[in-house]
Design a protein around this ligand. Sequence first.
Ligand code: DHB
Ligand code: FE
Length: 305
Amino acid sequence: MAKITASVYTSHVPAIGAALDLGKSNEPYWQPVFKGYEFGKQWIKENPPDVIFLVYNDHATAFSLDMIPTFAIGTAAEFQPADEGWGPRPVPTVIGHPELAAHIAQSVIQDDFDLTIVNKMDVDHGLTVPLSLMFGQPPADDFRWPCPVIPFAVNVVQYPVPSGKRCFNLGKAIRKAVESFDQPLNVQIWGTGGMSHQLQGPRAGLINKEFDNAFLDRLIADPEGQASVPHIDYVREAGSEGIELVMWLIARGAMDDIDPAPLVAVAPDATKSVPANAHPVSVKHRFYHVPASNTAVGHLILENT
Ligand code: DHB
Ligand code: FE
């Protein structure tokens, strides 16, 4: 049986990819950003997944206004890094896991979530920047990502976007699907995008540290409560692109409940009670930094225990 062992959450700022690709990661502006990922890079070496189920959003790269799937699962054998205007990033081809992806599609669609099945898709910074942050650049003599990746694209670009609640429940359905796959795979689920940012209009440059930190608190300790927050609150408080954060709820929905002991420390006002038989989730790492380009960078690692 396959198992979801851990979840990783991270922003996906394209300038982070450019800083890495152009050798600027030691510049004073970028140093504190990459320092926040040192723990994760070591952690993932010690906890290597067999497959990553990577929830991200496409930025009008593979999909355009011609066709807008709300949820799209990549079932192909491989996915090329996309050309977003400056040529494709110099990162490896993403190798998929068609067998597990097809199984998840079957299970989740039969569980009443409408997924679009995608057999050909280039992947943009939404997917490649999180991989670069966690794995660094693979060496030239072994130029590949350490494991297969199933891309799962969510529409957070063109309204209407899916609600936090739907995303959270979809995460639960994905977990059920993974756990009914009959190979002993160690699967990580990643939720990416966010945190607060707005790239356009009079409020361009908006950052909201209070909102972001409250989101992190609640994602950890009261994800169900966070899932009931309507999309308009994200847009108002976290900017038009802050809505990318609903994707983190898909990953969180696939994880265990919180351990009641650290609950008090993490979110003193959280009142949610935890069933006695719940297996607690454990917070391995938490990081928050402003600025990175126009975006607040957030990063979390949670393990199922
Ligand atoms: C930026 C952030 C994003 O999420 C994105 O998709 C594009 C640009 C930025 O901060 O510059
Ligand atoms: Fe984005």
